[in-house]
Ligand binder design. Structure first.
Ligand code: ADP
Length: 564
């Protein structure tokens, strides 16, 4: 129990000192009020008048303290509305010794919000009716902001650390920011050079949440709408708009419906901060505030930027992990396919060798058959050698290294006929039709690599036309270039996939039911480019595809350099 002040008010004081008291109280930073049991404000120093929103103390003294407080938005430490009853002044009159509370006071225009540590103390009068309560207001806004920022960042880091799915982590962080800091929050992640994914969104009003766009909404980055994210990416730092216009709002949206939703929220302020991972902008966190929220302080902006860095690191780590898992999976798949492909020629080598031995050591020596089997062994060994060198090429190309080409005069017509013959031999439901404008087209190319590119394109033509059909192969050439066009009547490629199928590991949307690694075309393009050529595709979904390889007769750069 604290001892209450028993000296009757004003007794025994030096008159000169008493005269100075108001100036002394006005000079201190803490607010101070004195209220009687009737709730009448008997004294307020200058700081208290400022806190309550009055310039002049004399306007306040003699008025009801509760009326004065009623004008203000009083919130508890968690931002919930606070009843006057539980304020320390009332509690001190009820006999509670030295009550205190943290109170957030929001100005009537909502433009400022400050936190105070409010303490009440009873001053006993000569009789209970003349008791007074002295209430002090210590401004702890700065401490609270640091505390809130720290706790927010700690919570955000914990959320990011808790889940391996960064989308889930970002969504939970968005809900930490809303409504504590903002009315609306969205996280956008740059998927690739052409697409952005909205991975999380939070909006305190569920009706508006629906209207302001959902997650998983992808939009092309090259849309005519300039976005805040594009601006953040270009400037590599945050973009802060204090007076939001319709035009600015359009930059935070994904489409017209979504724009309507955001308009409904009446946002006044928008801040978009970059998600940064290993020095790259991977996306942005955008928050929006309506006029009923205090504007973002410099500390809030710094906190959201810090959050962007933490979220960016988490997104980066998650993407890296996914990439390496995918890469590992593909590597395993590639190894599985290659070792499976190796098994057939290996079995053939063993089988023919056993047959040959039996005949050579047996009584009846059929040398003609032995000679044929030895040729078969040779052929299988070449197939094995080419599989091993394909494996090495893929490994080199995947590691970003170049492959050592072995250019020599090569007849494209002969190589193509040989590859088509082999594929025709293995195909049951497909017919190959081959045509050539000239009998021989000779260029300075690596025959094994050309064979591999053709194998890949012919193999794809077969596997992506599961209903069979005709595969047309056209060889043409002039004095400078040669080309092979391979057309199938298969499932075709969706237009949005066309520009990407040459990327490593990219597989078309309709390819999931067909075995593959997505590495073939990437490797083929690289090999063709190394020989100075190019490869292109035309396709219609459901109708078929045509892949065309064009090679300059002179071969690629390295060859030209060597012959100079
Ligand atoms: P994979 O065949 O292992 O999937 P590729 O790199 O050879 O890998 O091909 C990449 C993607 O291109 C395929 O997954 C498929 O979506 C598409 N594609 C390639 N060739 C064809 C074709 N002839 N018809 C339809 N789609 C094709």
């Amino acid at each position: 129990m604290t001892e209450s002040v028993r000296t009757p008010f004003g007794m025994g004081a030096d008159p000169e000192f008493t005269r100075l008291l108001p100036s002394i109280f006005d000079s201190i930073a803490d607010g101070m009020t004195v209220v009687d049991r009737e709730g009448v404000l008997r004294y307020a120093n200058a700081a208290a008048a400022r806190m309550i929103g009055h310039a002049d103390v004399s306007e306040l003294v003699g008025t009801s303290s509760e009326q004065a407080m009623d004008r203000l938005d009083l919130l508890d430490d968690d931002g919930r509305p606070l009843a006057a009853l539980i304020l320390p002044t009332r509690r001190a009159f009820s006999g509670e010794p030295d009550p205190e509370a943290t109170v957030r006071i929001r100005s009537p225009d909502a433009h400022t919000e400050r936190s105070y540590l409010v303490r009440g103390r009873l001053l006993e009068g000569p009789d209970p009716d003349r008791d007074l309560v002295i209430t002090s207001f210590q401004d702890i806004t700065a401490i609270k902001r640091v505390e809130r920022r720290l706790s927010f960042l700690l919570q955000a880091s914990a959320l990011l650390g808790e889940t391996t799915d960064y989308r889930d982590g970002l969504s939970r962080i968005a809900w930490l920011l809303v409504p504590a800091v903002a009315d609306w929050c969205a996280f956008d992640v740059i998927v690739d050079s052409e697409t952005v994914e909205r991975v999380a969104i939070a909006q305190s009003d569920p009706e508006l949440q629906r209207a302001s766009g959902g997650v998983d909404r992808r939009r092309p980055t090259d849309s005519t709408l300039p976005s805040m994210l594009d601006e953040v990416k270009r400037r590599r730092r945050s973009v802060h708009v204090r007076g939001v216009t319709d035009e600015v709002l359009a930059q935070a949206t994904l489409d017209a419906d979504h724009l309507e939703g955001l308009r409904g929220m009446n946002l006044r302020e928008l801040l978009s901060a970059p998600l940064v991972g290993r020095g790259h902008v991977l996306g942005a966190v955008t928050v929006g505030l309506s006029p009923s929220e205090p504007p973002l302080s410099a500390e809030d902006v710094a906190m959201i930027e810090d959050l962007g860095r933490r979220a960016g690191a988490a997104v980066d780590a998650a993407l890296l992990l996914a990439e390496s898992q995918e890469s590992l999976r593909l590597q395993e798949e590639f190894m599985a396919v290659t070792s499976h492909d190796m098994r057939t020629p290996l079995a053939a080598v063993r089988g023919y060798a056993q047959l040959a031995r039996r005949h050579v050591s047996g009584e009846k020596q059929d040398l003609e058959s032995v000679d044929r089997w030895l040729s078969d062994i040779e052929e299988s060994a070449s197939r094995l050698a080419s599989l091993v060198s394909e494996f090495m090429d893929v490994t080199l190309l995947r590691a970003g290294q170049t492959v050592p080409l072995q250019p020599q005069p090569t007849d494209l017509v002969a190589v193509t006929y040989e590859r088509v013959r082999e594929h025709q031999g293995a195909a049951e439901t497909h017919t190959f039709e081959i045509s050539n404008g000239r009998d021989a087209i000779v260029g300075n190319w690596d025959p094994a690599r050309i064979g591999r590119v053709l194998d890949n394109l012919l193999g794809n033509a077969v596997k992506f036309s599961p209903d069979g059909g005709t595969i047309e192969v056209k060889i043409t050439g002039d004095d400078t270039d040669a080309s092979v066009a391979i057309s199938d009547q298969g499932m075709g490629i969706a237009s949005q996939d066309l520009s990407r199928i040459f990327l490593p590991m990219y597989r078309g949307a309709n390819a999931s039911g067909v075995a593959g690694t997505g590495l073939g075309l990437a490797g083929s393009r690289r090999l063709v480019e190394l020989m100075g050529g190019r490869i292109s595709v035309k396709s219609r979904l459901g109708k078929g595809s045509t892949f065309t390889v064009i090679l300059p007769l002179a071969g690629g750069e390295p060859v030209q350099a060597a012959t100079e």
